[in-house]
Design a protein around this ligand. Structure first.
Ligand code: IFM
Length: 446
């Protein structure tokens, strides 16, 4: 049975974060408001009324955070760029001070021997674009491609690989269908044009990046979907959910077609959003790597009422994280096998661009997080011996940060942050990850 030390030589180690979750400085140096500034200010939108106005103050403390990364011995750092810091209204004149921040960040990472891996969109759309319809407006995809060009022209000399979008499934469903994330719309399945326009944005930006000789990835939140029983009702419900969560965001990119969404009552042109040329615009640029964000499998049953064509049910008899998510490391191995079966030659190399867990603040010495990481990395090593082409692993997250609608309540960091003082204190998992990376490198060098 292979373990984490059997991961291949050259396997890349990293950590991941996102702009609104760590940067703070939301009104500084010309940054424009994003949908998350507006949403978080709504009474009752976020637990305890928390906002990302200061968050981890990474905008001012990035050097300290890079020292923490250097201490881990990382190969790469996945972060996201705040679109409205660079283009305060999402389009039009660039904000030189915003661009300069990402310049400083990239240079400091390179100086520390860490490869920057930026994500262009991690849910913080400029509010000015939301005022024009946000991702329900097709034009937003074209504004995104222009923004990608601005960033690539500025950083492309030092940043070889770019992630276009983070988890368009989560942004569409929580932001546009259920309204629990920004921008807080409650359109249910009529939210799906927002998914299509994000995918179109991905395709247009991928062309822009490829034209400049850069590599392109897309980070999807993927989940193995398991029917609650072999009954036809549960199996059909699982297929409907799989189409929504996984295939809607991966089939058009890898295969050049949308899955059948009729079980969700969604027409083939996704409520008129899909034009004949679009699927080619999404698919033709190709993908140099698929970013996989894995947290847990999803167990699905036939619906008990007819509001939705599926019910999501808990996975019994497994541990759960502080967030209540089931811990199933083998789900990662099974997901990787399923992706190979589903996409075959069309599947590019994979990088795990997020995996991690929140742990109760009071838990010492952070053993659940260490166990989570260790067991998932063992599952990953097993998947690689079975044929999966996985090139790297970025844990979520370097530091405790703003967990969206949960405010600061969920602790995902290898490093504890005291949000009153901004003091960073590495947890036991930090030392564990550092030692793992060092030991893996040592074994690989033999
Ligand atoms: O914090 C989030 C991140 O922004 C996207 N992926 C899941 C993480 C944990 O919920």
């Amino acid at each position: 049975m292979p373990d984490r030390f059997d991961l291949p030589a050259g396997f890349r180690w990293g950590v991941a974060t996102a702009a609104y979750q760590i940067e703070g400085a939301v009104s500084e140096d010309g940054r424009g408001p994003s949908v998350w500034d507006v949403f978080a200010a709504r009474p009752g939108a976020v637990r305890d009324g928390h906002t990302g106005a200061v968050a981890c103050d990474h905008y001012h403390r990035y050097a300290e955070d890079i020292e923490l990364m250097r201490g881990l011995g990382l190969d790469g750092y996945r972060f996201s760029i705040s679109w409205s810091r660079v283009l305060p209204t999402g389009t039009g004149p660039v904000n030189p001070a915003g661009l300069a921040f990402y310049d400083r960040l990239v240079d400091a990472l390179l100086e520390a021997g860490i490869t920057p891996l930026p994500t262009l969109f991690h849910w913080d759309l400029p509010q000015a674009l939301e005022d024009e319809g946000g991702w329900l407006n097709r034009d937003t995809a074209y504004r995104f491609a222009e923004y990608a060009a601005v960033m690539a022209d500025r950083l492309g000399d030092r940043v070889p690989t770019w992630i276009t979008l983070n988890e368009p499934f989560v942004h569409t469903v929580f932001g546009y269908a259920l309204g629990t994330h920004a921008p807080g719309r409650t359109l249910m399945f009529e939210a799906l044009p927002a998914a299509h326009h994000q995918l179109l944005a991905h395709g247009l930006a991928a062309s822009v990046l490829h034209d400049r000789g850069l590599e392109v990835m897309l980070s999807n939140n993927l989940t193995p979907v398991w029917p609650a029983s072999p009954s036809p009702g549960d199996v059909a419900a699982a297929e409907a959910y799989d189409a929504l969560h996984n295939r809607l965001f991966t089939d058009p990119v890898l295969l050049g077609c949308y899955p059948d969404l009729s079980a969700l009552g969604v027409p083939v042109d996704i409520f008129g959003a899909v034009r004949p040329e679009d699927v080619d615009l999404i698919h033709a640029p190709g993908l140099d790597g698929l970013g996989l964000n894995y947290y847990n499998p999803t167990r699905v049953a036939a619906p008990t009422d007819k509001a939705l064509p599926f019910d999501l049910v808990d996975i019994p008899d497994v541990p759960h994280t502080a967030f209540g998510w089931p811990v199933v490391p083998d789900g990662l191995r099974r997901l990787l096998a399923h992706l190979r079966e589903s996409y075959g030659e069309a599947l590019p190399p994979i990088t795990v661009t997020e995996n991690g867990c929140s742990v109760e603040e009071s838990t010492t010495p952070d053993q659940p997080r260490i166990d989570f990481l260790a067991t998932h990395l063992d599952a990953l090593a097993q998947a690689i011996t079975e044929g999966a082409d996985v090139r790297g692993y970025y844990t979520w997250s370097l530091i405790d940060n703003y967990e969206w609608a949960e405010g600061f309540s969920q602790k995902f960091g290898l490093v504890h942050v005291d949000f009153d003082t901004q003091r960073r204190t590495p947890r036991a998992s930090y030392a564990w990850y550092r030692d793992l990376i060092a030991a893996h490198r040592k074994r690989s060098a033999k």
